[in-house]
Design a protein around this ligand. Structure first.
Ligand SMILES: [Zn+2]
Ligand SMILES: [Zn+2]
Length: 245
């Protein structure tokens, strides 16, 4: 089956379309399974089951964690509670204990973990359609399973990258197949025209029609950046002996 394990809806501050519209677009793009992985927000199982029944396309609940603008990202699929831990090792063990699957998204970029294999991720996103740099061969020296994701933030971005999974469903079987490497990343990065199209849709839907939302988003991103800068600065402060100057 064709699965896309990395999709955002308008429940992400940078997403455009509703979950329902994204499911419809995924169906039209010929996908059999999608995981909804909004930033910092776990998609509810109950809603996933409802959409699965309605559209006959398997919807798996997921989340993309990590501060949206700065911190390294992680994806968890099929979990029922959001990890509250801060360290990535604790987050990964929470996902495992919650019967979930962890994916290291866009491992080549500033926002991705490059040491995903030693950290213990279940799978790595060997192809992320929105980041051309991420389509280079991943340094998957420990041979963990590889998947592809569209990282779509709007409907038209769906369908250029997907994972061929040797499973039929339900969600648990699909995740188990990936855990055992019964999957192949497929597709290509998104054409630049489609990325421009996304910015157009984003400006139209999120900025012009909902300016207050856009203002709140900008504030959130700036707050995240300040938090991360303070965190980065903290170890240096501790290493500097107060009397050494
Ligand atoms: Zn990301
Ligand atoms: Zn994403």
């Amino acid at each position: 089956m064709k699965a896309d394990f990395h999709i955002h809806t308008n429940r992400s501050v940078d997403g455009v379309h509703s979950p329902r519209v994204m499911v419809k677009c995924a169906k039209n793009a010929g996908l059999d399974t999608i995981a909804i992985t909004d930033h910092g927000r776990l998609f509810p199982w109950i809603e996933a089951r409802r959409l699965t029944r309605e559209f006959g396309l398997l919807v798996i609940p997921g989340i993309e964690g990590g501060d949206i603008a700065v911190q390294k990202h992680w994806i968890a699929l099929g979990i029922s509670a959001v990890p509250q831990e801060f360290s990535i090792r604790h987050i990964l063990s929470h996902i495992r204990n919650d019967a979930g699957l962890s994916i290291a998204p866009h491992p080549h970029t500033r926002l991705g973990f490059s040491d995903y294999a030693t950290l213990g991720f279940d799978a790595v996103e060997a192809l992320n359609a929105t980041e051309p740099g991420a389509s280079q061969k991943v340094r998957n020296t420990t041979h963990i399973p590889e998947v592809a994701g569209s990282d779509a933030h709007a409907g038209p971005m769906l369908g250029t990258a997907w994972t061929e999974v040797m499973a039929q469903g339900p969600a648990e079987d699909v995740l188990e197949a990936v855990r055992h490497g019964k999957c192949i990343p497929e597709g290509t990065p998104l054409p630049p025209g489609e990325i421009l199209h996304f910015y157009y849709l984003y400006l139209r839907h999120r900025v012009f029609l909902h300016p207050l939302d856009a203002y709140r988003t900008a504030k959130e991103v700036i707050r995240d950046m300040r938090k991360a800068r303070a965190r980065d600065a903290a170890p240096d402060t501790m290493n500097t002996h107060p009397y050494s100057r």
